[in-house]
Design a protein around this ligand. Structure first.
Ligand code: PLP
Ligand code: COI
Length: 338
C-alpha cells in the first residue's frame, strides 16, 4: 500500500480493501456479503435512480493511544437509518444487522483506521437503496445495504479554526413537513446550489432558516447549529432538521459540565445575543463559527474576532474527541470497541 499521509487527509474518498452488503429480497434480509469491488451492478429502472429511494448514514471509527478501535454510537445511526427508511418506504434493516455490518467492515479495513495523534479517523458510510425496477411511482420490492469506509481528515478546510457562514433566503433545503428529519440523498441534491453560492462568496456553508417563515434558524448545510450564551447551550428545535447524533452528544456533555440545554425555536435576531456559535456533525465534529452574514438583511453576527474558537466550544470539542479517541472515560457507553 502506498504510504498514506494521515495528517494531511481531507474529507474525500480513498479506496479501501472491502465493503459489505446485505440484500433484501422476498421480504427478508439476506446474509452479509463481503465485496472488494467498489461498483454496484443495478437495474436501470431501480427506484433509487428514478424516485430517490435512497438513504445514507455517516459515522466514524477512531484509533486510540491504546491501539484499540472505537466506533462512536453505532446504534443511533442504526435507528436513524430505520427512521429514514420509514420516511421513504424502504425495508427497515434491524439494528443488530446494522451493528454487525458496521463492525465487520471496520475489522476488514483495520489498516485504514488512521493512527492515534494524526487527527484523522475512519469515516463509515452506510447506504440503503431501492434496487428493483418500477416505472410507476411506488416503493421497490428489493433493497441493498452497502457500507464502505474511507479514512478522512476535517470536513471543513478550516478544521477547528472558526470560519464564516451565510444566510441566503433564496434557497430552501427542505420543506416544512418534508424530508429534513431524515437522511435522504434528495436533501443534499437540493442543497448543492446554495452550498455552491456560499462557497463562491467565501463561506464554509449556508445557515438555513425555516422554509415556512424564514424567521427561525434551522441548520448549517451538513451539520446542526448550536450557540452558547452564558451557561446555556442553545440549539434549534425544528421539524425540518436532521436529529444530529453529535448534537445530542454535545447536549449531554454540556449538561455533564453543569450547563443548561435549551432546545427551542431560535429567531434569527437572537444571533446578536450569542457569545459563541458552532456547526456540529459527524463529519464536521465541531466547526466553530467565526461570523454569520445575513446577506439579505445586510447584517453580520460576529462570534470570533481573534481567529480562535471560544472557550466553551473548545471545551466541548476536547471532551467529545477525548471520548471518541479513548483519552477520556466513556461514561455514557457511546463507544463500541472492535
Ligand atoms: N444535519 C445534516 C443535514 C447532516 O447531513 C448531518 C450529518 O450527518 C448532521 C446534521 C449531523 O448529524 P450527525 O451528528 O448525526 O452526523
Ligand atoms: C456526516 O456528518 O456524516 C454527513 O453525512 C455530512 C455530510 C458528509 C453529508
Amino acid at each position: 500500500m502506498k504510504e498514506i499521509d494521515w495528517s494531511s487527509l481531507s474529507f474525500g474518498y480513498m479506496p479501501t480493501d472491502y465493503n459489505v452488503r446485505i440484500n433484501y429480497r422476498n421480504g427478508e434480509w439476506g446474509v452479509l456479503e463481503v465485496s472488494s469491488s467498489d461498483t454496484l451492478n443495478i437495474h436501470m429502472a431501480a427506484t433509487c435512480l428514478h424516485y430517490g429511494q435512497e438513504a445514507f448514514e455517516g459515522l466514524k471509527a477512531f484509533r486510540g493511544k491504546d491501539g484499540k478501535i472505537r466506533i462512536f454510537r453505532i446504534e443511533e445511526n442504526a435507528k436513524r437509518l430505520q427512521s429514514s427508511s420509514e420516511g421513504i418506504m424502504m425495508a427497515k434493516l434491524p439494528i443488530d444487522r446494522f451493528v454487525e455490518a458496521v463492525k465487520k467492515v471496520v475489522e476488514l479495513n483495520e489498516r485504514f483506521v488512521p493512527p492515534y495523534g494524526s487527527g484523522a479517523s475512519l469515516y463509515i458510510r452506510p447506504l440503503l437503496i431501492g434496487t428493483s425496477a418500477q416505472v410507476g411511482v411506488k416503493p421497490a420490492a428489493e433493497y441493498m445495504l452497502v457500507i464502505f469506509v474511507t479514512p478522512v481528515g476535517p470536513y471543513f478546510k478550516s478544521g477547528f479554526k472558526p470560519s464564516p457562514y451565510a444566510i441566503l433566503r433564496h434557497f430552501d433545503r427542505v420543506a416544512p413537513l418534508g424530508t429534513g428529519r431524515i437522511k435522504v440523498g434528495g436533501n443534499y441534491a437540493a442543497s448543492l446550489q446554495a452550498g455552491d453560492e456560499a462557497h463562491r462568496l467565501g463561506y464554509s456553508a449556508v445557515l438555513y432558516l425555516d422554509a415556512k417563515e424564514k424567521k427561525y434558524l434551522d441548520e448549517c448545510g451538513p451539520a446542526n447549529f448550536f450557540a452558547i450564551r452564558g451557561n446555556s447551550y442553545i440549539t434549534p428545535k425544528s421539524d425540518s432538521i436532521l436529529p444530529s447524533i453529535t448534537n445530542d452528544s454535545l447536549t449531554i456533555l454540556a449538561e455533564d459540565m453543569g450547563m443548561t440545554v435549551e432546545r427551542r425555536p431560535i429567531e434569527v435576531s437572537e444571533l446578536a445575543t450569542f457569545e459563541e456559535a458552532g456547526a456540529c456533525g459527524t463529519a464536521a465534529v465541531i466547526s466553530p463559527i467565526e461570523r454569520i452574514d445575513d446577506l439579505d438583511e445586510k447584517k453580520s453576527y460576529v462570534f470570533s474576532k481573534d481567529g480562535e474558537a471560544g472557550p466553551i466550544c473548545t471545551k466541548l470539542y476536547n471532551k467529545l474527541q477525548g471520548i471518541q479517541y479513548g483519552d477520556e472515560p466513556d461514561t455514557h457507553g457511546w463507544n463500541t470497541i472492535v
